[in-house]
Design a protein around this ligand. Structure first.
Ligand code: SF4
Length: 394
């Protein structure tokens, strides 16, 4: 529907910690998993789409690669359907309508028929009845926008707290007016590395071995070419990812610890606001719990890694969460997977108290709709809205 009204479906806004329906293309869902997935528009000429010929076809003599045999477009669409269907952890819904505005009803997608292997579902194309055509003009009941000013947000994710604390205007752009961002390869690349590392530790936790080939295969499964400007750029990044994972693998093979949890969800309450998020990895050794977060962003040296953890609102929120749950302050560790560096910290009790206050201030600011910008050269240089923000410091 979003595409029908001429808008774009972006995946960048996807945040696994926000309990919400995510609307995205099948391409953008690559590498992600959800409890429940709906694949809509499973009708002929929509999924699979009708093949569109290139406006200026490239003569075959200029194509040096071996072209695939058979109906390449259909095979690609079938692969895409497979990607969409395998995103579901528990429930998969395939939906199809009959009336998409044409004179005739749409036929069910051949992929549904193949998937369910049920010939009884095959129906002939038929003309719409007069009543069905009139139904198209039934008035639509629009939901009233929710009034939120003056009330504390019921829930906040750790990422939203981080956004608001860094710059309230950034929170406003991403969470209030929800400005869509262009597909970004950094996000895709980070997710692909993250998924591969996550699977490695999940298997380790279950007592299963992962080979380097498995690890790279998990990375490739989530890797996509969206957001890259050139093929060369994409290949360089793919190569960097594989080299990074090789280094990670060599190091991880030497560590004999078994994680307590991978991608562990957490939540706690502060002043009536539910804070939620997830830890990448948790381990306990000699009675000390350690929470890890894996980053694909680069740091140049140990000093840079230490500075990052000292300034990290993310890690101090993790520490607070664990402290409120178990009464012990955990060790927190940031691992910069590309630079092969890490930094650890055990936050002091005073810092956790300050963090509680910071969270309350953030919630109050959102309640009062205070979205005053906090421009700063460093923050603005990383901010995805610096191209449109009038207050950006450059
Ligand atoms: S560009 Fe700077 S001032 Fe603007 S929203 Fe981002 S961080 Fe805030």
């Amino acid at each position: 529907m979003i595409l029908t009204v001429g808008d774009e479906v972006q995946s960048f806004d996807y945040d696994p910690d926000i309990d919400a329906v995510n609307v995205m293309t099948v391409h953008a869902s690559k590498g992600l998993e959800f409890e429940c997935v709906f694949i809509v528009n499973c009708v002929a000429e929509r999924f699979p789409t009708r093949q569109r010929k290139d406006k200026i076809p490239l003569p075959e003599k200029f194509i040096h690669e071996k072209l695939p045999e058979g109906d390449f477009h259909l095979q690609e669409e079938r692969r895409l359907f497979y990607v969409g269907a395998t995103r579901a952890k528990k429930y998969l819904f395939l939906s199809a309508g009959e009336d998409y505005g044409g004179k005739r009803c749409k036929k069910l997608s051949r992929f549904i028929l193949e998937f369910l292997n049920n010939p009884a579902l095959i129906k002939e194309k038929r003309k719409l009845t007069g009543l069905e055509k009139i139904e198209r003009f039934r008035p639509i009941k629009l939901a009233r926008p929710r009034k939120s000013k003056g009330t504390l947000p019921a829930k906040l994710t750790q990422a939203q707290i981080d956004d608001y604390y860094t710059c309230p205007k950034k929170y406003y752009y991403s969470n209030v007016i929800k400005i869509p961002l262009p597909v970004n390869w950094h996000f895709m690349y980070g997710t692909a590395i993250h998924n591969a590392v996550g699977r490695y530790f999940e298997k380790k936790m279950r007592g299963k071995k992962t080979t380097l080939k498995d690890l790279i295969c998990d990375f490739e499964k989530s890797y996509d070419n969206e957001g890259f400007i050139t093929r060369e750029q994409e290949e360089i990044r793919r190569h960097t990812g594989i080299e990074t994972l090789k280094r990670f693998f060599r190091q991880a093979q030497k560590d004999d610890f078994i994680p307590d949890a991978v991608e562990k969800k957490f939540s706690f309450q502060i002043g009536g606001v539910k804070i939620s998020g997830r830890y990448d990895l948790v381990k306990t050794q000699n009675g000390q719990t350690e929470i890890f977060d894996y980053k694909t962003s680069d740091v140049e040296n140990q000093q840079g890694a230490t500075r990052r953890i000292n300034q990290s609102t993310q890690m101090v929120v993790y520490a607070l969460s664990e402290f409120l749950a178990n009464g012990k302050i955990p060790k927190t560790t940031l691992v910069f997977i590309e630079s092969d560096l890490s930094a650890s910290k055990i936050f002091k009790p005073e810092k956790l108290e300050e963090t509680k206050k910071m969270i309350l201030d953030v919630a109050e600011g959102i309640k009062n709709e205070n979205y005053q910008s906090k421009p700063d050269i460093r923050t603005c240089s990383w901010c995805p809205f610096n191209g449109i923000c009038a207050e950006a410091k450059k």
